[in-house]
Structures are given as structure tokens and as C-alpha cells.
Design a protein around this ligand. Sequence first.
Ligand SMILES: [Zn+2]
Length: 408
Amino acid sequence: MKNIIERFKRYAKVDTQSNPDSDSTPSTKKQFDLAKILYKELLEMGVKKLELTDECFIYAEIPANYESENIPKIGFVAHMDTSPDRSGENVNPQVIENYQGGDIELINNSQQTIKYNENKELKNCIGHTIITTDGTTLLGSDDKSGVTAIMELAKTLTSNPSFKHCTVGIAFTPDEEIGRGADKFNIDKFACDYAYTIDGEMPGELNRETFSADHAWIKVHGREIHPGSAKDIMINSQRILSEIIYNLPSDISPETTDGHQPYIHPHYIKGTVGLSETMLLFRAFDDKTLAKMKDITLEIINTAREKYPKAKIEFEVKKIYRNMLDELSKNPKGCDKLFQAAEKAGVNPVWKPIRGGTDGSKLTEMGLPCPNIFTGGQNFHSEQEWLSVTSLQKAIITIEHLVQEWAE
Ligand SMILES: [Zn+2]
């Protein structure tokens, strides 16, 4: 436990925030600060097949320690970056041993108390060791707890020759939080038969089903003129865009849905009289519903086009990622083994749909089946992010069982 805490804190303190406004890979140079630490630590463990690429990906391999004609290579993937939503500078992790229930005050920000009644998972964490922020930054448990789990696995495998395991691939990626991490992932170099991201939430929660995601851009072109002489001339694109957003169905929004329900979500609005735009997130678990969301939005836009014929309204939809369930159902072996490994680790595994995507959604689409494993973290991308180290330890035990399962 002490080693896990020390390792996690060491990684959490490194600022690795990614930046959606940067076109380079990695989007921020500082992600190399953590990559170099991980590279050095793997090297010190004696991992020989090891590479840190110019684009800030780490690929490593720990060979199997048994003889067989057919040794599977199983990969583990975690992302090094943290969310651009909250600062990742000067992260100051606070360790609470033997948590006994109740609200958790954060030492440097009285506005950010982790409330017991708002965090339903806390009741399952009595007696756990919990790590929080000091209230001024995010914690970066997403996904440094995943990184920690994989590094602990590497440590176990390299220091216990008698621990029988399949060949293990390790990949640490940049820029997951800005949706670009997997785009540049080299699955040929990684060369795994099956892989797992460790980027989930509470213990026992396993994910083989994610949202399918499209992004839709709406651009409204109006006409600028001095408001004093605007009568019958001005076309205020902001009013038109507001009307379009107002007409989107409010019962399929993130605020009003959960479980398998889909949503349409205006992610941002920018505007002047002359030009206003928004990006909508379309999220659903199947392609049919996703297509329906496009139709609903287009109908609203067409109504606006009729009402404001002098405005120009552009509408463009782009595919982002797809639910990995279809592909994983064709090749369920790795999901079955994961479930068994989690049972052996003493957690009660459940398959839970993720209302988001993972690096695994894209990797699965690229041909590398890749379900997701819990970490024990909660409240990602916020000052109230917390991690149950006791649960993270269960994740580590799960993947230790998993590499043994694959060796059988
Ligand atoms: Zn994550």
C-alpha cells in the first residue's frame, strides 16, 4: 500500500495537462516530464524492450517467463495527460488513512468539500485509504492511477521470476483528454493480441461498452451593422443560434439522462452579431439513435433557415468514436478472462456502460480489442477528485491475475 501511495503521489505531482488548442503531438511538451520518469523507472526495473517516441508515447514489453508455442501478448494502456478543464499545476495530494465516513474537507479551499451525501461511493470506502487534492487543482487520478497500476504490475513481473505470466505490452499515451491520444497510437508496434485500458472508476466496474460519439458544428452567419442604424438590416447570428439551442430537446441532455440514455449537449457557444457557432456532442450507445439526433438537429436548423432566410446556417457532423461492444462481442475471450481475474481479486465484477469514450474505443475500432478496467477514482476533472487507494490495489491484483489467466 505504501509503495502504491508513494508511486501515485510521485506521478500526480507532475503537471501533464493537455491542450486542445495545440495541434502538435503531444499537445503540451510537459507531458514528456512524466514520460521520462516512467521510461527511467522501467529501465531501472530491467525492461529491455522500451521506447519513448517523439510523440510522447511509451511502448514497452515484458516477455513471458515460460515456454510454449503460443504465448499471447496482452497489453495495458493508460494515459499520462490530465484534463484541460482544471489546473494540474502544483498538485498537492492529501492522504486520508482509514476513512471513517463523513464529508472530506480540502485543506486549501473551504468551498470544495467532498460531501458524503453527494458521493454515493464513499459509503463503500469505510476503512479505505483515500487520496484527495488540497482543493485548488485536479488530482489527476484520471489517469495516473492507471499509470500507477501498470507500473506496479511491471514491478511485480520484473522482480518475481516465479510469477508465471504471458508476454505483457505496456503503452502510456498522451492527449487522451483532448480526444486525440489513440489517433497516433501505433498498434503494429504494440503488437498485442488483446489490450486493456485502466481508466475506469469504482472497484468491480468493468467496461466493454462505451458511447458512440459524433460532434456537430453549427455556424450561423449574420450581418453586422451599427445598432443605431440596424433596422431591417442587421441579422444577429447570436439570436438565431440561441433559438436553435433553445429548441433542442431538453429531455435528452446530460443533465436529465443516465444509464443507456442518449444525449445532445451544447459543449460551447461563441458569438458576435456577424458569426456565432456552437459544437454539439451527440452521444448514444447505437448508431441508429446517433443518426436520429442528427435528424432532430437538422430539422430545427431547417426551421431556423426558413424563419431567417438572410442568415446562412452551416451544419457539419463528424464521427468521433464508436461503441466498442460490437467488436468485443466478436472476440469475447479477453472480456471473459478479465471478469474471472476480477472475481479472483475479490471484487464483485459488473459490466457497466461508460457514458463517455476511452482510448480503448478507438483502439478497438483500429483492430485491437480493448475493454476498460476500474481504478478506484471518482469526480474526475475537478478539485473534488478523489481516489481510493484500497480500490486501486484491487485493480492491481486484478491485472496480476489477468496476466496469469492469459498464461494458462
Ligand atoms: Zn481518463
